[in-house]
Design a protein around this ligand. Structure first.
Ligand SMILES: [Zn+2]
Length: 360
């Protein structure tokens, strides 16, 4: 941690400005305490590590996980320094007793920044976001990385908890990654879920000194650029379908069951099965599977509501049920048009592109 209290209650912030010698002197003169639990903390000053505070005993502190990685400390410090150059009102590690949470950085007294370097439970992301919401604070989650990323449309790994960091502008889904080493933000946008942690995204980088507040949002892809993303998606879709041919226990496999019920040729699935749509990740399974399951359910006379009740998206987040309902109905509308207008694969691609890009 970078902020501690003196015995008299004043806060002291390690903002990176004081020299190591100054800090070493300070350490001999003062005691420091954790602003949230009140426990004693020690000022650590190594030759390589960033000077920081660490609890002498962590047993009673609920709002801090230690040891804190150097990248996390460095990232917080860089974001604080960036906020200073932007002349923003900013406070590092601001503790909110009412919700017993600590924001890595508070901007303009109304926006909490959570800079997350290590994996946390998805439920914890939701809990903390709800905490800030209850105080009428906005929250932006930023995922930390040490990887060097290239710009462009590509397959990326996004862990489940990171889906809790997603933000959106209309249909454009994105989230921010920050590399303290590269001093760069990476925006992952136009996110299309493939399966598991595999996604397709357009990655664009932004040097820290060019970031603004409110944070910049990624620019939209043109329809033409989106088709490139779609080509990559289709390769992944094809690979997924091929992998399904060899599954064991075919009699309980959703791919085999649904294609059987719908009397579809598994080697030649129509292009309407497994199309990428915004929010498709809510079902947490490949689009080929949930779309087959939806069509099979309707064929059996079930309603969309009944189909949705059988899905586990409800565990993802409150308020997502509505988005999943919209998603299912959007798929059926596209399916209907594809069927009635006897669309070619090219026409279907265009329609998918329009849905993804139209309201950006
Ligand atoms: Zn503490």
């Amino acid at each position: 941690m970078l902020v501690a209290r003196f015995a008299d209650g004043r806060l002291y912030t390690l903002s990176g400005k004081a020299s190591r010698d100054t800090l070493k002197k300070l350490r001999t003169e003062m005691n420091f305490y954790c602003p949230s639990c009140g426990g004693e903390v020690r000022l650590r000053i190594g030759d390589i590590t960033i000077p920081h505070f660490a609890h002498l005993s962590l047993a009673l502190c609920a709002s801090f996980s230690e040891p804190e990685s150097q990248q996390h400390l460095e990232g917080k410090l860089l974001l604080k320094q960036w906020a200073d150059t932007q002349q923003l009102d900013s406070r590092l590690e601001t503790y909110f007793p009412a919700i017993r949470q600590r924001a890595d950085l508070l901007l303009q007294q109304k926006t909490a920044i959570e800079f997350q370097f290590s994996p946390i439970p998805f439920s914890e992301v939701l809990r903390r976001s709800a905490g800030y919401d209850s105080l009428d604070l906005a929250v932006h989650w930023i995922s930390g990385t040490t990887a060097v990323l290239n710009d462009g449309i590509q397959v990326v790994k996004i862990k489940h908890y990171e889906t809790g960091f997603f933000e959106r502008v209309d249909n454009l889904l994105y989230f921010r990654v920050f590399s303290p080493t590269a001093r760069r933000f990476y925006y992952f946008s136009h996110l299309i879920h493939v399966s598991g942690t595999k996604w397709i995204a357009n990655v664009t980088s932004l040097p820290l000194d060019r970031q603004h507040f409110p944070f910049l949002v990624p620019s939209k892809l043109s329809l033409h650029e989106f088709q490139k993303l779609l080509r990559l998606y289709k390769e992944e879709r094809h690979r997924f379908i091929r992998s399904q041919v060899h599954v064991r226990r075919k009699y309980q496999d959703p791919f085999w069951l649904c294609t059987y019920e719908l009397q579809l040729d598994r080697d030649n699935l129509p292009p309407i099965i497994g199309i990428p749509l915004p929010d498709s990740y809510l079902f947490r399974k490949h689009a080929v599977i949930w779309q087959l399951q939806l069509l099979a359910a309707l064929q059996k006379g079930k309603s969309v509501e009944v189909f949705l009740k059988g899905q586990d998206f409800s565990k993802i987040s409150r308020g997502k049920a509505e988005a999943a309902d919209t998603l299912a109905r959007r798929y059926l509308a596209v399916y209907k048009r594809w069927h009635e207008e006897k669309m070619t694969a090219g026409e279907l691609d265009r329609l998918i592109g329009e849905i993804a890009c139209k309201s950006l």
